[in-house]
Ligand binder design. Structure first.
Ligand code: PMP
Length: 432
């Protein structure tokens, strides 16, 4: 292939990036330091493929960490049309109303939508709403789930069964996580009248795609209702990917609030706090009985281009019956990887719905953070590195995202690469 890099290489760009951007990247997962490499710089994408600045083509199984569901360049016509009318106005636009209507139409139980700009903002805002509604401070989170990088949710667990949160990052004061209780996933914790809300990833996408055991989500629903606490589903990853109504539809459990992001922004910065009318309306100044509304705002909330991209994405999802298509292609990929593992006697578990998957090495049952962390993480990392060497764009030791642009051809190519990759990690002695 002709060299279209104009002399730019991944290495030279990374070197420049490291001089002006901490670690050379704008989000830590993009750096390959932890796995001993440098990131590739993407020049463009088309359908299921991306090309780096050196002109190398990869099958893209990152899909912007799930933000892209229809392949590249996503819904470009809608974006161009919206952009040609202006980018941002600081006044409401029709697109925001239409997007909110579409979300309400698709998600059963969803009555109102407040648009924000990132997953972090939606969970942060949902927690504030829950505290405002209940007048309580305590928030229950599950070890291994991730809800963005707001201070109160950057809490790690201690070694006990249920612990008060410990700051999971430098710069997070103890006071910020003093009311964050960290408990093991898949166990319904005791809840009392100090608890404002329980926030959970209904499928724990940030730790090996651990599914909820039967009774877990139902138990949380009952426990929250009994304690007068709110149940929040963080569906930033699962929303509109697992099913058009998200995990709530699949598992038949309705939370009081949902957090959506990624897919509903169509690849642009947009997310939403969604849920019951009586709760969402508390954000309207003067609406609460005691006059104390819950403050939420944002200069770019409901941005015209992002709303247009989100709307167009929801249209494509419906037209292409995306969740079913993702399951079809994802299942083929999972079966293919499992077959490679069987032939090589490699202990592989393909975790996931399988509209997205997490290849995990180890035989043990995986049901919470500790059982996930006990799997062979070194093998998972090296597996990703080996796939990358074979032009499969994945993030080492992380999830594989499918888009509607992927087909059986890419499955076949990926499975051939996976066979070689597994053989390589076995030969390196990483599976002993
Ligand atoms: N919730 C979940 C479940 C997530 O996976 C993420 C990010 N991957 C977030 C919230 C935060 O979203 P963002 O990165 O857009 O702030």
């Amino acid at each position: 292939m002709a060299d279209r890099s104009g002399g730019r290489t991944n290495a030279s760009l990374f070197e420049r990036a490291e001089r002006v951007i901490p670690g050379g990247v704008n989000s830590p997962v993009r750096a390959f330091r932890s796995v001993g490499g440098a990131p590739y710089f993407v020049a463009r994408g088309s359908g299921p493929y991306v090309w780096d600045v050196e002109g190398r083509q990869y099958i893209d199984y990152v899909q912007s960490w799930g933000a892209s569901i229809v392949g590249h360049p996503l819904v470009i016509e809608a974006v161009q049309r919206a952009a040609s009318a202006g980018t941002t106005f600081g006044a409401p636009t029709e697109g925001e109303v239409r997007l909110a209507e579409e979300i309400c139409a698709r998600v059963e139980g969803c009555e109102m939508v407040r648009l924000v700009s990132s997953g972090t903002e939606t969970t942060m805002s949902a927690i504030r709403l829950a505290r405002g509604v209940t007048g309580r401070d305590r928030v229950v989170v599950f070890e291994g789930c991730y809800h963005g990088h707001s201070d109160g949710l950057l809490a790690g667990g201690g070694s006990g069964l249920a612990t008060l949160g410990l700051p999971a990052s430098a710069g997070v004061p103890r006071s910020a996580v003093a009311d964050t209780v960290v408990v093991p996933y898949n166990v319904v914790p005791p809840l009392d009248d100090s608890v404002a809300c329980v926030i959970v990833e209904p499928v724990a996408a940030n730790m090996g795609l651990v599914p909820p055991v039967p009774g877990f989500l139902e138990g949380l629903r009952d426990g929250c209702s009994a304690a007068g606490a709110l149940l929040i589903f963080d569906e930033v990853i699962t929303g509109f990917r697992l099913a058009s109504g998200g995990a709530a539809q699949v598992y038949g459990v309705q939370p009081d609030l949902w957090c959506f992001g990624k897919v509903i922004g169509g690849g642009l910065p947009l997310a939403a706090v969604v849920g019951r009318r009586d709760i969402l309306e508390l954000t309207v100044p003067g609406r609460a009985a005691d006059g104390r509304s819950v403050y939420m705002s944002g200069t770019l909330n409901g941005n015209a281009i992002a709303a247009a991209a989100g709307l167009a994405t929801l249209d494509v999802i419906a037209e292409e019956n995306a969740p079913a298509r993702l399951v079809e292609i994802g299942s083929a990929l999972a079966r293919g990887f499992e077959d490679c593992a069987y032939r090589l006697s490699v202990p592989l578990q393909m975790m996931g719905p399988p509209a997205f998957a997490d290849p995990v090495f180890g035989d043990g049952e995986i049901y919470d953070y500790r059982s996930y962390a006990a799997t062979n993480r070194a093998a998972a990392k090296q597996f990703g590195i080996e796939l990358l060497k074979r032009d499969i764009f994945v993030h080492p030791a992380s999830k594989i995202y499918i888009s509607t642009a992927h087909n059986y051809h890419q499955v076949e190519v990926a499975c051939n690469a996976a066979y070689e990759a597994m053989r390589a990690i076995r030969d390196r002695g990483l599976l002993e």
